[in-house]
Design a protein around this ligand. Structure first.
Ligand code: URA
Length: 275
């Protein structure tokens, strides 16, 4: 059987802080590399408690900031039972925050990542919430409309997994009059650098000589997919709005407005990703 990889931080000759010097005197937990039943990956548990992203939680673990039942765990993989184990980060016991779910009508000029070196406005900043939330998937900076934000990393991972292919409905305004030929191509899928896109449902809302407005429903979530498929059939996008995620829509919501998802909407998202 192939040996599982254990990730360890390289030990430097010089301790970088008092904490890393102190670390040497305490017990270190033995790391098992196969996932025991009923246990979860430590970084996943930390992320679910709102500490940071999974990636950054891995860093915290490797830095020796995390203890499980008083023992430092600084190797990966590491598995814990969040119900039984006492987990601390920098000496503070982690707490599991209540799950929150919001639907935002994202304005233009707002980004969907949680950190931005350019200091642009972030979707998370538009929501008054004490929990560490993040966007489920992405809308590009110029696109407006429906985006879900939550602290539920489990649901986020499932909703963004290609396997579930949740439908997303967009209203797209194009420069010029789109013809039947181009619409057929969009329906069948077009070639992008990632391969041929899946079929989509396309409806003309209105069109004139100068402008066309389409409704398009796609299930894939390629980067800037709508703009790129429109460019592929020769049309420039004047504006793009996501009106629905699955059956959850932003009808009646002002741009920049957000609301909590109802229990039935949350259950709907959980149900469609449970198969
Ligand atoms: N397609 C795009 O081009 N942009 C988005 O934000 C979403 C889908």
């Amino acid at each position: 059987m192939a040996k599982k990889k254990v990730i360890k931080r390289k030990t430097s000759t010089k301790p970088t802080s008092k904490r890393s010097a102190r670390k040497k005197t305490v017990t270190k937990k033995t790391v098992k590399s196969t996932k025991p039943q009923g246990k979860q990956r430590l970084q996943k548990v930390l992320a679910a408690a709102g500490i940071d992203s999974r990636r950054n939680c891995e860093e915290l673990i490797l830095d020796g900031a995390v203890r499980v039942n008083r023992d430092i765990v600084d190797e990966l993989p590491a598995f814990v039972d969040p119900q039984k184990d006492v987990i601390t980060v920098n000496g503070k016991r982690i707490k599991f925050a209540d799950k929150v779910y919001f639907l935002l009508n994202k304005p233009k000029g707002v980004i969907c990542t949680n950190s931005d070196p350019q200091g642009r406005k972030k979707a998370i900043d538009l929501i008054d919430c004490d929990q560490r939330i993040f966007c489920v998937g992405r809308l590009d900076i110029d696109t407006i409309g429906a985006i879900v934000l939550t602290n539920d990393s489990e649901l986020t991972n499932r909703l963004t997994h290609p396997k579930f292919e949740l439908s997303k409905t967009y209203e797209v305004k194009l420069k010029g009059r789109i013809d039947g030929d181009a619409i057929e191509k969009l329906k069948k899928g077009v070639w992008l650098s990632e391969g041929k896109t899946e079929k989509s449902a396309v409806k003309v809302i209105r069109r004139s000589h100068t402008e066309s407005v389409l409704q398009i429903v796609i299930r894939q979530g390629l980067n800037r997919q709508v703009r790129r498929i429109m460019a592929r059939v020769g049309f420039k996008v004047k504006s793009l709005k996501r009106t629905m995620i699955g059956n959850i829509n932003i009808k009646g919501m002002r741009i920049g407005q957000y609301k909590k998802l109802t229990i039935s909407q949350v259950n709907y998202l959980k149900k469609i990703t449970s198969k």
